[in-house]
Design a protein around this ligand. Structure first.
Ligand code: FES
Length: 170
């Protein structure tokens, strides 16, 4: 699989082997486990560039458009490299009416970022997402896997500072 496809020269072969092993270990219908495979691939590579999506499509014998459709549908998946920490600010309705725009503006200011870009220090990528299912805690943001609820924009500098300076909470 590894040698017969596309230009994989800039993707680490060890990681591809690990992805192959993961796919081989799946039981049942592998095509139905596309999301798990993409999850694993993003965990290994940090993001899902087009050639990696094609690799997954070939490995699972699925159309590339189907794989890309899933990648672009779920805000968890990213096609571009990200900063060391990924911050998601929920802009769903419940969060929006509770001030999510102010949260987003403050997060962008504190990280010196533009939406969906890597901050100049490489530490952050800030994304806007739809409802993450924690509406009771609105407004909500996440940093990597950690969820912050009832976020007040005055707390944001403090939250962000935990992920600066070479240490983070995860
Ligand atoms: S709208 Fe933000 S968590 Fe549901």
């Amino acid at each position: 699989m590894k040698s017969d496809i596309l230009d994989m020269s800039n993707l680490c072969k060890n990681k591809l082997s690990e992805l192959d092993d993961y796919i081989a270990s799946l039981e049942g219908n592998k095509q139905e486990q596309l999301i798990h495979v993409l999850h694993k691939a993003q965990g290994l590579f940090g993001y899902l560039p087009h050639n990696l999506q094609l690799y997954v499509a070939r490995a699972l014998d699925l159309p590339a458009a189907k794989v890309n459709g899933v990648v672009t549908f779920y805000s968890y998946f990213t096609e571009k490299p990200t900063g060391k920490n990924v911050i998601c600010v929920c802009m769903g309705t419940a969060c929006y009416v509770k001030g999510a725009q102010k949260v987003l503006d403050e997060v962008l200011k504190q990280t010196n970022s533009k939406k969906n870009d890597i901050s100049p220090d490489g530490l952050f990528t800030v994304k806007e997402v739809r409802c993450i299912g924690a509406c009771g805690l609105a407004p909500v943001m996440t940093v990597n896997d950690k969820v912050y609820g009832n976020v007040d924009e005055r707390e944001i500098a403090d939250i962000i500072s935990k992920f600066k300076g070479g240490h983070n909470e995860n």
